[in-house]
Design a protein around this ligand. Structure first.
Ligand code: GRF
Length: 214
């Protein structure tokens, strides 16, 4: 059984998708803990309802980003995870942190990377007049939203879309692609090797596996 630890900052709907997946009979992994940097993150409640240890490590209690990340690493490592999953964890991570978990740290980003790294991705995709938008699961490296992509979920942008309607559809596809990528990892089908993502012994293309409308 693989051990998964999830980091959150907010609602935790992706966490919920992962909790639902890991509670299935025979699933090859379990979520061993959830850590939030914010005490009011609803995801902490979701974890407790699922019987998973949930704790808050508040970044405001630390003098620097480095000090926080060191404390966070110590807290994570107590749980001896095989995989650390960022699910709406709204913090920029230090290089020490990303190096420490390299090859076993995943993130989901709400855009078709490499487009729209950073914040406000839905509004930016609309402003840019894109026809397609979506979300990407990737291995985390020191470069923000820059690590190798594993899977992308695509949604078509409608003329009537607002940032909110688009965000809702992107969220739905996030709840499919994140459990998929985590499952591949837990089945030992997905690896990070030589700076690339590999699935079933083959290097993945730069845009990863594509799902959703095309
Ligand atoms: C998602 O849109 C994800 O792509 C981004 O943060 C958001 C988290 O949403 N990294 P939730 O807390 O999982 O509902």
């Amino acid at each position: 059984m693989k051990r998964i630890l999830v980091l959150i900052s907010g609602s935790g709907s992706n966490l919920q998708a992962l909790l639902d997946m890991s509670s299935q009979d025979g699933y090859p992994a379990s979520i061993v803990a959830v850590i939030s940097n914010r005490a009011d993150a609803y995801g902490l409640e979701r974890a407790r309802l699922a019987g998973v240890p949930a704790l808050c490590l508040n970044h405001r209690d630390y003098a620097s980003r480095e000090a926080y990340d060191q404390a966070l690493m110590a807290c994570i490592d107590e749980h001896q995870p095989d995989l650390v999953v960022l699910a709406g964890f709204m913090r920029i991570l230090t290089e020490d942190f990303t190096r420490h978990y390299s090859g076993r740290l995943l993130n989901i980003h709400p855009s078709l990377l490499p487009k729209f790294k950073g914040l406000h991705t839905h509004a930016r995709a609309l402003e840019a007049g894109e026809q397609w938008h979506g979300a990407s699961v990737h291995f985390v490296t020191a470069e923000l939203d820059g690590g190798p992509v594993i899977i992308q979920g695509r949604v078509a942008i409608d003329a009537q879309d607002t940032a909110d309607t688009l965000a809702q559809r992107v969220h739905q596809i996030e709840h499919q692609i994140y459990p998929q990528a985590v499952t591949w990892f837990c089945q030992d089908r997905l690896q990070w090797r030589d700076g690339q993502a590999w699935l079933d012994g083959q290097p993945l293309p730069a845009e990863g596996i594509q799902v959703g409308a095309n």
